[in-house]
Design a protein around this ligand. Structure first.
Ligand code: NCD
Length: 333
């Protein structure tokens, strides 16, 4: 494998990545995808490395995906979940991090309810840190696996990095306000050349979201609150769950779930607004019958389970780039 150095010590957000960095992860993920198809799904690439999954928020897909990714590359993966951690006994994140550091991990993968937690951790440890979701802020590996899935179906791998998704329009529909997936995807997809439409009731669209990535997102992102208009002629529909667990004591932002589902749900009828070959994506977990009708979730346009498969390959690529080649050591996949 030709080795280009990845110019980052950590993966904290898409905001830090150039189009070329994103494509480097995606290309490497492409080569790792095949390992999951083998009868023996293991390569020695990260043998002797230790990956700690430190999850302060619930997770099924992301935690498992990182664990499988680490194990497929022969790293030792250790999982720590919030309920089992000493934070419930009052330990601060920084103290937890220092104690974990004393065990000499190579990579810490962290998910936390607070925006900026991964950045804070990265400042206090001397191993690589991967953000697996920090509050409503970023979820970079989700955006990378989503970009990999879109590129596989609709993109141009041979184009320059900033044009690999050029000419495509992606509608991101649902609870944009509370979604780190929406923010990371907005940055990643526009950086690769796609146009993005954000669709939700105004109460679920943060003011100024189009400016999130500066001139690039300003030029390529549009807020379109009407579902029919947002989906009109798009190549990709990405649906998001309403994140009730993040609304805390806030006043409700829409009348009720039934109303939300009727106005913003993707059904065979509303999918009809998109291009006939548009793909349907969802980061999971799906609230069946709310944002996504079961016929669509299980239909032949949905690539939702493919996203999960790409998730493992993409995370293998991330762990390889951050935890594999250190101190001049060469690692071969
Ligand atoms: C998302 C998350 O946790 O941000 N899920 C995921 O990582 N696959 C989205 C969600 O919880 O709705």
């Amino acid at each position: 494998m030709t080795e280009t150095a990845f110019p980052h010590r950590h993966l904290l957000g898409i905001a830090d990545l150039s189009a070329a960095d994103i494509v480097q992860v995606l290309d490497l993920g492409d080569t790792f995808l095949e390992i999951g198809e083998r009868p023996i799904k293991k390569v020695p690439t990260l043998r002797g490395r230790t990956v700690i999954n430190l999850f302060f928020e619930n997770s099924t897909r992301t935690r498992t995906s990182f664990e499988i990714a680490a194990k497929r590359m022969s790293a030792d993966a250790v999982n720590i979940s919030a309920a089992a951690s000493s934070t419930t006994k009052g330990e601060t994140l920084i103290d937890t991090a220092r104690n974990l550091m004393a065990m000499r991990p190579d990579v810490i993968v962290v998910r936390h309810a607070m925006g900026g937690a991964a950045h804070m951790l990265a400042r206090s440890v001397d191993c690589a840190v991967v953000n697996a979701g920090d509050g409503q802020h970023e979820h970079p590996t989700q955006a990378l696996l989503d970009a990999a899935t879109i590129r596989r179906h609709k993109g141009r791998r041979d184009a320059p990095p900033d044009q690999q998704l050029a000419g495509l329009t992606v509608a991101i529909v649902g609870d944009i306000a509370h979604s780190r997936v929406a923010r990371s995807n907005l940055l990643a997809l526009t950086r690769l050349g796609a146009q993005v439409r954000l669709c939700a009731p105004w109460t679920l669209i943060p003011r100024g979201i189009e400016d999130l990535g500066g001139a690039e997102t300003r030029a390529r992102c549009r807020v379109v609150p009407q579902l029919a208009e947002a989906l009109d002629g798009v190549d990709v529909v990405m649906m998001l769950r309403v994140q009730n667990e993040r609304t805390g004591g806030e006043a409700p932002r829409f009348a009720n779930t039934r109303e939300f589902s009727r106005t913003y749900g993707l059904s065979p009828r509303t999918l009809g607004f998109a291009k006939p070959d548009a793909i349907v994506m969802h980061p999971g977990p799906i609230n069946r019958g709310v944002e996504l009708a079961p016929e669509v979730a299980d239909g032949d346009r949905a690539v939702i389970l493919e996203q999960v498969t790409w998730g493992v390959a993409t995370r293998m690529a991330v762990l390889y780039l951050l935890g594999g080649v250190r101190g001049g050591e060469a690692a071969a996949a």
